[in-house]
Ligand binder design. Structure first.
Ligand SMILES: [Zn+2]
Length: 187
């Protein structure tokens, strides 16, 4: 998530093409799916990730997880949200990933220049003032990506619902160099 990301050339061209054809960007993407499906052959895969790994990452548009980690279709579970923070819902997904679909390893990825760094928990109050209702969720804003990765690793490690907590590693992805930097746990 970022408040300063520029749209990619691909998005630009999809948007421009949609504008030309009078449709929305979704219309254009659905049209692209028709072409995708025409060339698609059933890979005959099981739902269980081949590499037995789940990746939890920020939804940021500049982070192409499969390309950045050399992942192929079927290799992993990807669980993404604003910030890549470990919320109850991420624990829900990880629990299903491990208990029903056989993953054992967890990789957590935050990134530089994340939109969450420009927010505070005051965002919830602003929302409440605007719509008359305070969201039940925390914003999970942070100012120190390294520290937030450590906190996220700790939340996974201490979850009572997970079967495997011995291979949990955390990283910060640099959106300008494409490199991952590993964050070591405090313990
Ligand atoms: Zn982000």
């Amino acid at each position: 998530m970022s408040t300063s990301a520029h749209p990619s050339a691909e998005t630009d061209s999809a948007t421009a093409s949609a504008a030309r054809s009078g449709g929305t960007v979704t219309d254009r993407l659905v049209e692209l799916n028709t072409r995708y499906s025409e060339a698609f052959t059933d890979p005959g895969m099981d739902a269980r990730p081949v590499l037995h790994v789940a990746v939890v990452a920020c939804m940021d548009a500049r982070l192409d997880l499969h390309a950045a980690l050399g992942l192929e279709l079927g290799d992993c579970h990807t669980i993404r949200n604003a910030g890549g923070v470990v919320t109850d819902d991420v624990i829900r997904s990880l629990t299903i990933s491990q208990r029903a679909l056989g993953t054992r390893s967890v990789i957590l990825i935050h990134h530089t220049n994340c939109g969450l760094e420009s927010l505070t928990e005051g965002f919830r109050q602003e929302l409440e003032l605007e719509v008359g209702q305070r969201p039940v969720w925390a914003v999970e804003a942070y100012s120190d990506a390294d520290q937030d990765v450590r906190q996220s690793m700790q939340r996974v490690r201490t979850s009572p619902f997970l079967l495997h907590t011995d291979d949990i590693r955390g990283f910060v992805f640099d959106v300008t160099t494409g490199k991952l930097r590993e964050i070591l746990p405090t313990s």
